[in-house]
Design a protein around this ligand. Structure first.
Ligand SMILES: C[S@@+](CC[C@H](N)C(=O)[O-])C[C@H]1O[C@@H](n2cnc3c(N)ncnc32)[C@H](O)[C@@H]1O
Length: 218
């Protein structure tokens, strides 16, 4: 798990951990996964932001780009909604066979009905001076929530994680995305998505992106 070197971020990370621990099943699923997984990932602040968004906003279709420990948190939040009779399912994309297979082996079996773990190659597309890297096989759905933490991209500033652009191109309704770090992705998306609202949390290197319904996009 990623931990911030900025000590100002620590209280909110601790708060996030305490909030997540209120879900006892989630707490007991996370601990062994964190001990065994070789995947690096989100902080507790970020995991809690995703969990709280799902249980409060009740998205029906969730897309995660870059699978890992966060996938367990998303699946638990989907389970909370489904136990209330609401619809919620998670698609999680991963390009690395190693990380995909490892997560599949470690993933709590009881959570598999809530998430589709998908391994996919990636492809690059040139777009207005940028190079957008996307998963080739991302299912085309009207996602309500997109969490961008992959695919891995070169460090050059013209590269970005491009799946959000694909979802925006066909999704006519308003939806929300969260972006973990990934500065070049943020800066390129800000240029390529003028109709979206970006709210960047510099302390946690965490960005919320609100994409309005298609008719209101410029
Ligand atoms: C930083 S991981 C985050 C995974 C997940 N969203 C989470 O927060 O738990 C994002 C991508 O980096 C790659 N990755 C995971 N662990 C890694 C590691 N230890 N070293 C290098 N790349 C890693 C995987 O391909 C993964 O999809």
């Amino acid at each position: 798990m990623k931990s911030s070197k900025n000590y100002l971020a620590l209280p909110q990370q601790l708060f996030g951990k305490l909030e997540l621990n209120r879900n006892c099943e989630l707490r007991s699923d996370l601990a062994p996964l964190m001990a065994k997984s070789s995947s690096t990932g989100c902080t507790h602040f970020e995991l809690n932001a995703l969990y709280q968004h799902i249980v409060k906003a009740e998205p029906k279709h969730v897309l995660e780009l870059g699978s890992g420990i966060s996938t367990v948190v998303l699946a638990h939040a989907a389970k909370v909604l489904r136990e209330k009779g609401k619809e919620c399912s998670v698609v999680s994309m991963e390009e690395s066979r190693h990380y995909h297979d490892e997560l599949h082996a470690l993933f709590p079996k009881a959570l598999l009905p809530y998430v589709r773990l998908m391994r996919s190659d990636v492809e690059d597309r040139r777009m207005g001076g940028s190079i957008a890297r996307s998963y080739r096989d991302t299912p085309r759905q009207a996602y309500d929530l997109v969490f961008i933490d992959g695919p891995q991209i070169p460090k050059e500033p013209e590269y970005l994680d491009g799946d959000l652009l694909n979802v925006q191109s066909y999704n006519t309704k308003a939806f929300v995305a969260y972006l973990d770090g990934r500065k070049s992705t943020r800066l390129n998306l800000m240029r390529l998505m003028p109709g979206a609202r970006f709210k960047h949390n510099a302390l946690h290197k965490w960005t919320r992106i609100d994409i309005p319904e298609k008719a209101q996009r410029r």
